[in-house]
Design a protein around this ligand. Structure first.
Ligand code: SAM
Length: 238
């Protein structure tokens, strides 16, 4: 099955353990306000957790994702509008003040596609508009994700997550056992993520018409360290 077909139902339960969306949204709020941003798009929005938080902070924001199942969750939570679109074909009706891509969206693209995505972002932003995205760092892939197996065991669902790394490509096979009465229904889905270096992405941003403002440790003003797990890029369209 496609990535997120089964995970969509549990995504927020699982991701809330690792992601501090409240503090991430506060970082985004301060940065976007500082640059006079009011309207924009949250790309690879998934179930819309950050999209809703940005809307609650007063931004006019549309959530964009290519997963039907993730968007169904987002739409059922309401408080923002959503459009199904591939991020490499991003097309907004009006130039945006900001575009965000939170929690690994960019890791789903290979090097060539990140460049296509950055160009689409530049084309859809006004001059001076702000682009903020993050990646799981090469350190996180080497030291946490690697070829490891993880499991999550809740009352209603058990999930096995097996990773296989080949060069810059990580294949993640997820198997779900979902309780249905006395039985468990099994489903399998595959995610493919790519490992990107900070320097490569910074160069690609420059090539696509951005000035990089900062690359920091996970939605904070702390400098990126060798063992940072998440790098947050903030860039301005020239
Ligand atoms: C880890 S989730 C992050 C979701 C959300 N931004 C959050 O913070 O909870 C990654 C999302 O990227 C989306 N995605 C992956 N590749 C995509 C693509 N090519 N175009 C649009 N969305 C994509 C997936 O469907 C998924 O919802």
């Amino acid at each position: 099955m496609n990535a997120y077909s089964a995970l969509a139902d549990y995504y927020e339960i699982f991701s809330d353990k690792d992601c501090d969306y409240e503090s991430w949204s506060q970082y985004l709020y301060l940065l976007l306000r500082r640059h006079g941003c009011a309207k924009g798009a949250d790309v690879a929005c998934g179930t819309g957790k950050m999209t809703r938080l940005l809307a609650a902070k007063g931004f006019k924001v549309v959530g964009i994702d290519n997963s039907e199942e993730m968007l169904a969750q987002a739409m059922s939570a309401g408080r923002a509008t959503y459009v199904r679109q591939d991020m490499t074909e991003l097309l907004l009706p009006h130039k945006a003040d900001f575009i965000t891509c939170v929690n690994d969206g960019t890791n789903y693209l290979n090097a060539k596609k990140t460049e296509i995505f950055f160009k689409r972002v530049a084309d859809n932003l006004r001059t001076g508009g702000v682009f903020v995205f993050d990646i799981s760092t090469p350190y996180k892939f080497s030291n946490k994700i690697a070829d490891n197996v993880f499991y999550i065991d809740n009352d209603d669902v058990t999930c096995l997550w097996c990773n296989r790394t080949e060069k810059d490509k990580v294949t993640m096979d997820l198997t779900f056992f979902v309780r249905e009465g006395d039985l468990y229904r099994r489903s399998d889905e595959r995610h493919v993520q790519y490992i990107h270096g900070v320097k490569d992405l910074s160069e690609r941003l420059d090539k696509c018409g951005f000035d990089v403002l900062s690359v920091t440790d996970s939605y904070s003003d702390r400098p990126l360290k060798e063992d940072s797990l998440r790098a947050t890029f903030a860039a301005v369209k020239r």
